[in-house]
Design a protein around this ligand. Sequence first.
Ligand code: GLA
Length: 380
Amino acid sequence: MKKISILAFAISSFPVCFAASPPMKSAGHVAVQPFGQTSDGQKVNLYTLRNAAGMEVTITNYGGTVTTVKVPDRNGKYDDVVLGFDSLQGYTQPANTAYFGAIVGRYGNRIAKGTFSLDGKTYHIPLNDGPNALHGGTTGFNKRVWTAKDVSTANEPALELHYLSPDGEQGFPGNLDVTVRYSLDAKNGLRLDYSAKTDKDTVLNLTNHSYFNLAGAGSATVLDHRLMLAASRFTPVNSTLIPTGEIVPVSGTPLDFTHLTVVGSRINSDYPQIKIANGYDHNFVLDSPGDLSKVAARVEEPKSGRVMEVYTTQPGIQFYTGNFLNGKISGIGGAYRYRSALCLETQHFPDSPNQPNFPSTVLHPGEQFKSTTIYRFSTH
Ligand code: GLA
């Protein structure tokens, strides 16, 4: 009798489970469904990439945003490991100032006083972070509708997103033609290939702003995750989180993640750089810049056993512990609380246009900007 009722439950719940998860798709194909309409009437879609192993990523062409990343734990149980929303309104709500999952540009992170000079001319970007411009100004690439194309190959689902940022948009010079190609490989690697061209000298810093919690989006904290950053130096910041221009060793400081370390173990330290940022919100200088074969960051979550490795051609990573999240906004995983996720934003260094010491972020006409970042998921 008991057996029968369990079976009956299993059978009756099966269609519900099946309906709740997106339909199966083979590799080499991107599925499309409507995701909503912007206030100015632009329709946006949700694109699903799924590999043969069962990993699944959804992306909307609003902001080029990764909305879900479903990967297995060590027992094969799938969970969504990025903070996101199940409708466009989640992203467009005024309370959302966190850049959840979005492509950030034209200039990721801060430009001091929103001002920089290029070829003897001064440019002004709208201020949206105290005295500074953050993530491309008030209306960055995260709030733009991108055109989308299925560019899957026989083995890999892939989505190409394109945005033309007009000359003068948010104060930046030059028409900037940007392409971001998302693809999912057979080994649970989510790959982002960025490319861009300009018709005038401009500055550029593109990244993706996904918030990860490997225990599952909406889990209470990320402080129990372990992190390794292949970075023996970082760029200290002033009280408005603008780099001082120095590049200093992490050794002997709570910013030393050169060996796997529990994220929360030193987050409440009195070290001035931690106090200034109210946690981690710093640019780490990678030891092997430009080398896609070297792991730049590794994150492990002890209970689920999930692991994420980051590979990148970019010279830096912004490690941010969700210090501005406060639980007032809720998404697919529930309330997104203080320090309940971490970001590893592969990037050029913040405020580079004003920092002669940092690698250049200037793009000239006739050049093509290219960068690649891979987030690879496994278990331990
Ligand atoms: C980056 C910044 C943080 C914060 C987030 C978005 O990580 O460095 O200070 O602005 O973006 O909330």
